[in-house]
Design a protein around this ligand. Structure first.
Ligand SMILES: C[S@@+](CC[C@H](N)C(=O)[O-])C[C@H]1O[C@@H](n2cnc3c(N)ncnc32)[C@H](O)[C@@H]1O
Length: 350
């Protein structure tokens, strides 16, 4: 384990050993004093704002999509599982979409998979108009039920820690983190990769000379795919990410809406990375699931009716701030921003 020391009033993690990058990230996000254990990260006043927090239409479109598939292909008791519900806003918007198909929530065993205690409390408060007895909270996914499942998430898979590899003179090195006691700061250290299996796995990235991977993310997704394959179901995930190989590492940290360095504000800032969707799609295919959608957020939301939804809201509510609604939706589908950066993947066995 990494030790927590306080030097110059700053928290550092060190016991003078090299720590693999993913282990360092895991510690700063999820262990005692970690960011996702004690900070409340999401919302206009906090570190970052997510799509459901920008506009209700995001959750309404996701909701309509899921409800349609449930009605067509399941239409019986099922597990409705949200991964990393944040403030609970996405669920609220999905529940609003479900008003026209009340059986959707009636037949749902609802689980919120949420690691952050503060957020769990906040979700309970934020959803207090909803029958809370219907919702179960869990820190991790439990695969015990044999019912079909509808699983969804927004900006969940980007939280998983990554490992980074660089090639120099035909030799692969992996990034580790160390604490330089003399300079009292964290530094990156490159260690030569000697594990044969890993070297073999890195061969296909020889041309791009870098490789960033989250084995824990891939494993989590693989477990979901296995579960859906066995019991039927559908999983939709929205996250920032890419399909083709990357030219630069994507690991980033954000503190108070500003990009920072991962060695700053330890335990107080978000650290995330872009999701490698080609790896998730490969896993889903290996599990023989259908790939229903792989699209940019923009294309997905437009395909499933976000522009029509704006028109309807404008017609039905004369007090609505139409310009605000338009600018919020434009932000979600902006081709130079979230619309293109964020991707939507749907896999299923229905
Ligand atoms: C970036 S936030 C997104 C929140 C919300 N989905 C939204 O779009 O506003 C990530 C969420 O996942 C939760 N989380 C992160 N890692 C988790 C893990 N390994 N297990 C369960 N919850 C996790 C966080 O506490 C937070 O609620």
């Amino acid at each position: 384990m990494l030790e927590i020391k306080k030097i110059n009033n700053k928290k550092i993690y060190s016991n003078n050993k090299n720590y693999r990058l993913d282990k360092f990230i895991q510690q700063t996000l999820y262990k005692k004093n970690g960011y996702y254990i004690k900070e409340k990260p999401i919302g206009k006043r906090f570190d970052f704002i997510t799509s459901p927090e920008i506009s209700q239409t995001f959750g309404e479109i996701i909701g309509a999509y899921l409800i349609y598939h449930w009605k067509e292909k399941i239409n019986s008791k099922f597990n409705l599982i949200e991964l990393g519900p944040g403030n609970g806003t996405l669920f609220k918007d999905i529940a609003r979409s479900a008003q026209i198909v009340p059986s959707f929530l009636e037949k749902a065993n609802i689980t919120f998979v949420e690691i952050n205690k503060q957020l769990r409390e906040f979700q309970k408060k934020n959803l207090n108009s909803f029958k809370l007895s219907k919702i179960k909270w869990s820190k991790s996914l439990n695969f015990k039920s044999n019912l079909p499942s509808v699983i969804y998430s927004n900006e969940f898979f980007d939280c998983f820690p990554v490992r980074q590899f660089v090639m120099d003179n035909d030799i692969w090195f992996e990034k580790y983190v160390n604490f330089n006691n003399k300079e009292k700061k964290h530094i990156f250290v490159n260690k030569k990769v000697i594990n044969k299996k890993l070297i073999d796995c890195l061969k296909i990235y020889k041309k791009q000379k870098i490789y960033e991977v989250s084995f824990s993310r891939n494993k989590y997704f693989e477990e979901i795919c296995t579960y859906i394959k066995k019991n039927r179901g559908i999983c939709i995930l929205v996250d920032y990410g890419y399909y083709k190989n990357i030219k630069n590492f994507t690991l980033q940290s954000v503190f108070n809406h500003k990009i920072s360095h991962i060695f700053e504000n330890i335990g107080k800032q978000d650290i995330s990375s872009h999701v490698n969707f080609s790896e998730l799609i490969k896993i889903a295919k290996e599990k023989k699931l259908s790939i229903n959608e792989y699209n940019t957020q923009r294309n997905f939301l437009i395909k499933y009716g976000i522009l029509e939804r704006i028109k309807k809201l404008n017609l039905n509510d004369s007090h609505l701030n139409k310009d605000l609604l338009k600018s919020e939706v434009n932000r979600l589908i902006d081709i130079n921003g979230m619309g293109k950066l964020f991707k939507c993947l749907v896999v299923s066995n229905l």
